[in-house]
Design a protein around this ligand. Structure first.
Ligand SMILES: C[S@@+](CC[C@H](N)C(=O)[O-])C[C@H]1O[C@@H](n2cnc3c(N)ncnc32)[C@H](O)[C@@H]1O
Length: 332
């Protein structure tokens, strides 16, 4: 996947009048701080140069991950969106940082109002620069500076609330207040993403429990709202391959033309998903890369029935053709 052309343009403009080598040094110091100080409620990006380095190094991967999650949400709620029983016209992005999730959500939905809620002035300044390259609704986004674990709501309510890669920064004792804030800010839906690691998934699982206890129906990636069937030592995550620009290769080091962003997520609706729709009728989600051998494709699937391994052989021509095209993260 590629980031939008305008977003790449905005990233490149960030580098004008800045030393790219200095930005590269900032990327490694910010990375180190993230590795050592996440989960303690600390400020991890400390000035505008670091915010710029964050934008250059992290925004493409985040864009891809959030877009993938928003697409899965959209695909699952398509019927309701088509018949007008679900309208997604406004967005609040909490812990918006430099605005990557806004770019991603706005590439899937036509919003008429966007709010970005963020604590750090340096992230807000860089985020405003980035969104100035987007559609009018992005240019006109309202930026609210505040603390998501202290605020009552995200400034103004919105149909959809997104929160990407913020929960891992919070102290464990602040997580519930933060989720309450997301829930109260959302009129209709919440999509939350974390890193595709064991720790990231534990945060997603915690959020899933919080939302379902409050009456949410899970839209994606789970196709059911009962408890998660994965064993305790496993974690549900997905991956998204992003093309790397010359600049990204330089600041992150290495020549690989792409990077794989691994993420865990949960998308929920505050209301049931489709009147009278039975969760048992929903398809399963493919939760690992399918294994393709001659004449056979094997899937690891998750559904209301639990975790299952499935095999599709070339004896079933139609199914086999579809199975060969199916990817990790698709439904089956
Ligand atoms: C890792 S960045 C992610 C930014 C953006 N959501 C993205 O995915 O690119 C986390 C952001 O959350 C913000 N943040 C952390 N704790 C916060 C809090 N308590 N209230 C508001 N923002 C917070 C940080 O300042 C930072 O911009």
């Amino acid at each position: 996947m590629n980031i939008p052309f305008e977003m790449q343009d905005a990233i490149e403009k960030l580098l004008e009048e800045r030393s790219i080598s200095k930005i590269r040094d900032c990327v490694s110091s910010v990375c180190e701080r993230y590795n050592n100080d996440s989960g303690r409620g600390k400020v991890l990006v400390k000035n505008e140069e670091e915010a710029v380095s964050y934008a250059i190094s992290r925004m493409p991967g985040t864009f891809g991950a959030v877009k993938t999650a928003v697409r899965a949400f959209k695909e699952e709620t398509e019927e309701a969106l088509e018949d007008g029983s679900l309208e997604i016209k406004s967005l609040a992005d909490i812990g918006a940082g430099t605005g990557a999730a806004v770019w991603a959500a706005a590439s899937e939905f036509d919003f008429d109002r966007i709010t970005c809620f963020e604590r750090e002035s340096s992230m807000i300044a860089t985020g405003k620069h980035m969104l100035a390259f987007g559609e009018d609704v992005m240019k006109n986004a309202a930026w609210i500076q505040g603390d998501a674990v202290k605020g009552k709501d995200g400034g103004s309510k919105a149909d959809l609330v997104t929160a990407s890669y913020i929960m891992n920064e919070l102290r464990p004792e602040d997580r519930e207040g933060f989720l309450k804030m997301l829930w109260e800010t959302a009129d209709k839906a919440v999509i939350l993403l974390e890193h595709g690691t064991k720790v990231g998934f534990q945060n997603v699982l915690y959020a899933r429990d919080f939302f379902t206890k409050n009456g949410a129906s899970v839209v994606a990636p789970c196709t059911f709202s009962d408890g998660c069937p994965l064993p305790a030592d496993d974690w549900c995550h997905f991956t998204c391959r992003m093309q790397r620009s010359k600049v990204q290769k330089f600041v992150k080091g290495g020549d690989a033309p792409y990077e794989d962003e691994k993420f865990s997520y949960i998308a929920v609706l505050k209301t049931p998903l489709g009147e009278g729709r039975n969760e048992s009728d929903r398809k399963a989600r493919i939760i690992r890369h399918p294994i393709t051998n001659k004449g056979c494709v094997e899937f690891k699937l998750c559904s209301k029935r639990g975790i299952e391994n499935a095999k599709v052989t070339s004896r079933d021509k139609e199914q086999f053709k579809a199975a060969r095209k199916a990817e990790w993260g698709d439904k089956w």
